[in-house]
Design a protein around this ligand. Structure first.
Ligand code: FAD
Length: 295
């Protein structure tokens, strides 16, 4: 309707930020700077991913604990079923509970070798729905699960995928966070289909601010997300112009979030890739201010 996209933002949004556990001291520094930059925005929670095959178990734990200890943020730990027995999962979950962590992002995970089908551990959980039920039996965790607006590659079709999401919610999950996507219509359709399938839990869009299309394409190929052709065109010729690339990235992600906001979305989950700038800028455009500046 020709109206500026951000004219009506009220700052009435909630956000959460996702990080991955750092591998080196330098990466740890970057992560920590990002956490400190984003903290004043008062996210509902920040989450820390769990590497393929449980490879980051110790690093995920250390990062989550450090956030819980050194910030006022609510920290959520991602946890997968990959190569873990139920007893191992129980030990990890109890350690988190003892460390004051009350929120788990419960996932099935993928086979450690790319392209191979997921095989449950013989004494482990078969999928995320089973993991949710197992965690709930251990302690009253808040639980988030994954959702796929463009369908998970292992699902026969969209309705099987929604049935699976419903099983996860029925097992006790509090909300679903989506895989990244680039079309607001795709999210709105998924939200409507989920409601029609009887899923009442909140569905939070996962926002990936893209500044490297080639890397995103590689990742998207593995998880069933599609990259629109226009996005390649937008980033054409910017390989050696990082500042321009950041501006384009912020514009694309802000436009997506503005349209989601106009469609009623009030909670956004950001895949930060451990960098604060893009996520911070988008939150700002959506009207969010650090507590000291809030009205
Ligand atoms: P599930 O929901 O268990 O199932 C995946 C698919 O398999 C479903 O779509 C379903 O249709 C099918 N399926 C499952 N059970 C059955 C059944 N009984 N019968 C028939 N079909 C079934 N991965 C990591 O390794 N670490 C992370 O930290 C991580 N964080 C993530 C965070 C978010 C927000 C998202 C969206 C994904 C994340 N992932 C992570 C990726 C995730 O592990 C993969 O997408 C994985 O392939 C599926 O995990 P899931 O929890 O969605 O699985």
């Amino acid at each position: 309707n020709g109206k500026p996209l951000f004219e009506d933002v009220q700052g009435d949004i909630q956000v959460s930020f996702e990080f991955f556990p750092p591998k080196t001291e330098k990466m740890e520094e970057t992560l920590w700077e990002s956490v400190k930059t984003l903290e004043p925005l008062g996210p509902r929670f920040v989450s820390v991913t769990y590497g393929a095959g449980g490879s980051t178990r110790a690093r995920t734990h250390a990062t989550v604990e450090r956030i819980a200890k050194e910030t006022r943020l609510a920290a959520a730990a991602h946890l997968t079923c990959v190569e873990a027995s139920r007893a191992e999962i129980e030990e990890i979950a109890r350690d988190y509970w003892a460390a004051g962590v009350r929120h788990i992002v419960a996932l099935r995970g993928d086979a450690p070798e790319a392209g191979k089908a997921f095989q449950p551990h013989p004494d482990g959980y078969a999928n995320a729905a089973d993991l949710v039920a197992g965690l709930k039996a251990i302690a009253p965790f808040e639980i988030s699960v994954a959702a796929y607006p463009e369908c998970h590659p292992d699902s026969a079709d969209k309705s099987a995928d929604l049935d699976n999401l419903k099983r996860k919610i029925d097992a006790g999950a509090d909300r679903a966070i989506t895989q990244f996507f680039f079309s607001p219509e795709c999210f709105f359709r998924f939200r409507d289909d989920a409601a029609a399938a009887g899923i009442a839990a909140e569905i939070v869009p996962g926002i990936l601010p893209v500044s490297n299309v080639a890397q995103t394409r590689k990742f998207a190929g593995m998880c069933g997300a599609s990259i629109p052709i226009w996005m390649d065109r937008l980033f054409e010729g910017l390989d050696n112009l990082p500042a321009a690339r950041q501006l384009v990235a912020a514009t694309v992600a802000a436009e997506l979030c503005g349209q989601l906001y106009a469609g009623g979305v009030r909670h956004f989950h950001f895949y930060t890739l451990n960098r604060a700038e893009l996520s911070y800028a988008i939150c700002h455009l959506l009207g969010l201010r650090p507590a000291e500046f809030a009205a």
